[in-house]
Design a protein around this ligand. Structure first.
Ligand SMILES: Nc1ncnc2c1ncn2[C@@H]1O[C@H](COP(=O)(O)OP(=O)(O)OP(=O)(O)O)[C@@H](O)[C@H]1O
Ligand SMILES: [Mg+2]
Length: 267
């Protein structure tokens, strides 16, 4: 497809010539607190375990939780031109606004255009060396998210939701944005969709049955269900996400790899 058809509004930006970004994948949701950062973190862990070089661009400037999940600290250093991403214990490259601050508990009180510029620089002025760059998007489909969608050449996107009544609307908006900007939406992650009884392992659908129709309506090939699991909160909060091992999200990780193999081969 011609570049102009892919980028109807703004020209795409590129990583620095010294950097390498194989495929950028956006993790998005129309809503906050549904598990985007967990999904981004654990997908990075899974892709790393599959042997790929992986990075996470934490684009959620208001709630940058990625450095905490991986227990990495700043401040980030650079060579005057490029920033070096911080590496986690298994070698996952991380860039986050929190790693730029001397006091990570201070808020970043910037307006939209400045945030967009910062996030663009996280793509163009960081010495990434990754096969997959997962972008943990801020909640919503407006402003900053839209700019990322328009400017960063994305190979695919994943939408995260919880199975409540607004899910259709949230997925609908994300799907429309992805369609508009010609980015394939690979997977709907239905997070916290059920619990397993710790004694009898019976599945309890806390929000009622998951509605798969919305995924098929938009041609989203994978629906990945993740239960509410206290281990997730624990490992995320303790900065040990790389030690967590379970089966969830493997179908989504596989879909990311499969679609990138279908498109151009890794640069
Ligand atoms: N399946 C799950 N089971 C239990 N806890 C979870 C699950 N998914 C996420 N959590 C926890 O719920 C909280 C919110 O998740 P997370 O930070 O990933 O959401 P988010 O969509 O990135 O939120 P925000 O919009 O604030 O960035 C975190 O404490 C996380 O550890
Ligand atoms: Mg988050």
């Amino acid at each position: 497809m011609a570049e102009t058809e892919k980028a109807p509004f703004l020209p795409k930006v590129e990583p620095d010539k010294k950097a390498h970004v194989g495929h950028a994948v956006a993790i998005l949701s129309g809503k906050g607190g549904v598990g985007k950062s967990f999904t981004s973190s654990y997908l990075a862990v899974l892709l790393r375990r599959m042997g790929y070089k992986v990075g996470i661009l934490d684009a959620d400037v208001t709630g940058p939780s990625i450095p905490y999940a991986f227990n990495v600290k700043g401040p980030v250093v650079g060579d005057g031109t490029l920033f070096f991403p911080v590496k986690s214990k298994t070698g996952i490259e991380i860039m986050s606004s929190n790693l730029l601050l001397n006091h990570p508990d201070e808020p970043i009180v910037w307006r939209g255009p400045m945030l967009s510029t910062l996030l663009e620089q996280f793509y163009t002025q960081v010495l990434w060396d990754v096969d997959y760059l997962l972008i943990d998007m801020p909640p919503g489909t407006a402003d900053v998210s839209l700019t990322i969608f328009q400017k960063i050449p994305l190979s695919s996107a994943i939408v995260v939701s919880t199975p409540q009544s607004l899910v259709d609307l949230i997925v609908e908006k994300s799907a429309k944005m992805a369609e508009l900007l010609s980015v394939p939406l690979l997977s709907l992650v239905e997070n916290m969709s059920y619990i397993l009884c710790p004694n009898c392992k019976m599945r309890i659908d806390i929000h009622g049955k998951v509605n798969y129709d919305i995924a098929s309506k938009h041609g989203i090939p994978v629906v990945d269900e993740v239960p509410f699991d206290v281990d997730i909160t624990k490992y995320m909060d303790e900065g040990k996400i790389e030690d967590l091992e379970f089966e969830y999200l493997k179908a989504t990780a596989k879909a990311i790899v499969d679609v990138s193999k279908d498109s151009e081969s890794l640069k």
